[in-house]
Write a protein that binds this ligand. Structure first.
Ligand code: HEM
Length: 442
């Protein structure tokens, strides 16, 4: 994962892959680096020779904010970190539709319904923060709600009602607000630890919903570990899911009518409360649509590792570019998923076109399709992200039957922030519902 504000790295790599083929070595600031879009090589780094590679510079760069949490940990520390988290992501507790419902209601209430154009990205960033904080801490930042905010202290400590919503992305960029972001998490950690050590103290989670932090506090009572893990998962979940949702709206006008039709067949407009995870999975086209969005605009578009010992990659060397290549200890390997997902020899001559139907025609997902990474470090929140995004799509397409993308011109989105792809100029849309217009006339 790299910092790339204007996609200049991806553009540069475009040229280089065209000139040198699927795997090449080049110098970056005097250091040798291998760039590859060969699935076999990426599989080797992420799975077959997993322990020959580390997460590279990320650890040092993000330590002040992310500490020893899972995203930032390597080796032994990482495996100790991942083991207790895994069960928390098992299917049953993935994306609680009931609590999502309230946040999507707030989103729908906040959307202009009079055909005014607006940037939907900004609202998706708030939505995914609200839903992730609810899932992780049992209490939401409620940044989309017009009149409710969490009852207690951390938002004040973060600088006002929307303070955390603002401090969090800023802290990713500059670390300036990292203490605020960490204090926010510690407030909930202390509250849960207090309830666990003093059973007489009232448990704030009276309805006994699943709360990630409480479940994790059964595994460890270490305050710093809990803080680091929760902040890491918030980082991993929030921007990525907002990116997927925003890019979905970027492409919706192209596939929206089929998507809406298939959604309405299973979830009629008047049945807003009948949405379940099982039924969401029934609408296969939602999955094809999301797969295609993540193929062309993968939220994590570029990733990398560093070799911790001398090792080899299976292909890309020699005159025929098919022989194994030597990777010296300390060498960096990068694989731009962005380019892997656009290879015409893998995806066909229409690789650059948005066409969800290709998934229906039996495209195989393997090491050539890696929006969630692969191998032992694969994304833990994949099911959560897909469930949340599917639910949001269903609710919004139930609600609105006309959707226009009103981008000044459909240009390639540019990176706005760090780490995760977002649309520099937002995604400007206009939504309209004929049922609203009917009710306005009546
Ligand atoms: C569309 C949404 C998402 C995408 C595209 C995505 C993608 C990724 C990728 C590419 C990685 C690997 C990073 C690396 O090791 O270099 C990752 C790791 C991770 N993701 Fe996600 N993610 C998404 C949503 C989520 C959500 C919603 C959660 C949690 C609720 C989550 C939790 C994690 C965790 C904990 C890791 C670290 C796994 C480890 O290092 O062992 N992700 N994700």
């Amino acid at each position: 994962m790299v910092v790339d504000r204007d996609m200049s790295v991806l553009r540069f790599l475009d040229e280089e892959f065209r000139k040198y083929g699927m795997t090449f070595e080049h110098k970056v600031l005097g250091e040798s680096q291998i760039a590859t879009i060969e699935p076999e090589n990426v599989k080797t780094v992420l799975a077959t020779k997993f322990s020959d590679f580390s997460i590279s510079l990320r650890q040092k760069a993000f330590y002040p904010l992310l500490g020893d949490g899972i995203i930032n940990a390597d080796g032994e520390l990482w495996s100790h970190s991942r083991a207790p988290l895994r069960p928390q992501f098992s299917r049953e507790q993935v994306a609680d539709i009931k609590s999502l419902r309230e946040h999507v209601n707030h989103l729908i209430a906040a959307l202009p319904k009079d055909k005014t154009a607006f940037d939907i990205q900004e609202l998706f960033f708030r939505l995914t923060l609200d839903s992730a904080t609810e899932f992780l801490f049992g209490e939401s930042t409620n940044s989309l709600s017009p009149n409710s905010s969490p009852a207690s202290g951390p938002l004040a400590a973060c600088g006002g009602e929307r303070g955390f919503a603002d401090a969090f992305p800023l802290s990713l960029g500059y670390f300036i607000y990292r203490a605020r972001a960490q204090d926010f998490i510690l407030y909930y950690v202390d509250r849960v630890l207090d309830a666990k050590s003093n059973p007489k103290h009232q448990n704030p989670n009276e309805n006994k919903r699943y709360v990630f932090l409480e479940a994790l506090a059964e595994e460890t009572r270490d305050r710093k570990i809990l803080r680091d893990q929760l902040l890491n998962i918030l980082l991993a979940s929030r921007d990525t899911t907002a990116s997927l949702l925003t890019s979905s709206f970027y492409y919706l006008p192209e596939a929206g009518s089929r998507l809406r039709q298939e959604i309405i067949e299973v979830f009629p407009i008047e049945e807003k409360d009948s949405i379940t995870l099982e039924k969401l999975r029934e609408v296969k086209y939602i999955r094809y649509f999301l797969n295609e969005v993540m193929r062309l605009l993968p939220p994590v578009s570029l990733n990398g590792r560093i070799a911790v010992k001398d090792t080899t990659l299976p292909t890309g060397g020699g005159p025929d570019h098919k022989s194994p290549i030597l990777v010296k200890k300390g060498m960096r390997i990068i694989w731009p998923v962005w380019h892997m997902h656009r290879r015409t020899d893998v995806w066909g001559t229409d690789a650059h076109e948005f066409r969800p139907e290709r998934w229906e025609e039996g495209v195989k997902k393997g090491w050539n399709y890696l929006p969630f990474n692969g191998g032992p470090r694969t994304c833990l929140g994949q099911q959560y992200a897909l469930a949340e995004s599917s639910y949001v799509l269903v609710r919004l397409l139930q609600q609105f039957d006309i959707l226009e993308n009103v981008q000044p011109e459909i240009t390639l989105p540019r990176y706005k922030a760090y780490l995760v792809l977002s649309h520099k100029d937002g995604v400007q849309v206009r939504l309209w519902s004929s049922s609203f217009s009917r009710s306005l006339r009546e």
